[in-house]
Design a protein around this ligand. Sequence first.
Ligand code: ADP
Ligand code: 5GP
Length: 226
Amino acid sequence: MIKNKNKGIFIVISGPSGAGKGTICKELMKVSNNLWLSVSMTTREPRVGETNGVEYFFVSKEEFRKNIEDGNLLEYAVIHSGHYYGTPKASINKYLNEGIDVILEIDINGALQIKENNKEALFIFILPPSMKELKNRLITRGTESEDKIIERFKRGYQEINEITKYNYVVVNDDLDKAVDKVKAIIMAERCRVDRIEEVFLNSQEEVIHEELISNKSFYNQDIIID
Ligand code: ADP
Ligand code: 5GP
């Protein structure tokens, strides 16, 4: 009855550091087989347990700048402690054209660059339940020193001010509920009328339609479907 455009959804997820973006994206990847999570490039040091090519491509500043010059990045920004973060172009269009949804977990500056060139992209902002809880999460994660945590926390306030640039907001209080909400947003997005390419009647439906319009009594006629 309907044919959808075979194009994946370009999904951008942002929010203050420690809100739980990475945790939510990991959970989403476990429950969906139609999603691809883009791996960014960064000049920051890998955290304990992070692997090159999995969480990020960890590169030197020189290598990052070369990638900018060569036009390999879809967007990039200088974020915490002067470190570069950017989205490699490779593979994104391939996945979108195959009908696979692509997630970018990036900051507000990167999100605005994507918005400029991709009007149809979906922008989701993840909020912590409170700033106190955000602080707790940053401390409990244990991946940054105190001064770096303060820097991230301050930046978090600035990012929250930009929330109106996004389409949806999800508060990450209970993790399962937050993941369900993001899944529901993506599901709703897939049902949008502007993602439909064609509405048509298949041959059996055409027969029924012909029978109904040629019939004297619409209500008394039984429709026989084999
Ligand atoms: P971000 O990617 O936004 O910087 P993370 O996904 O690294 O944040 O999460 C920050 C910390 O908060 C991690 O230690 C993570 O385990 C924890 N966390 C994430 N979501 C929740 C939640 N709903 N409730 C409690 N802790 C959470
Ligand atoms: P972290 O150092 O905690 O992994 O990430 C710090 C910030 O960088 C987060 O806000 C995250 O969303 C952002 N980020 C990660 N990858 C990219 C990217 O490719 N581009 C941009 N603009 N921001 C990114």
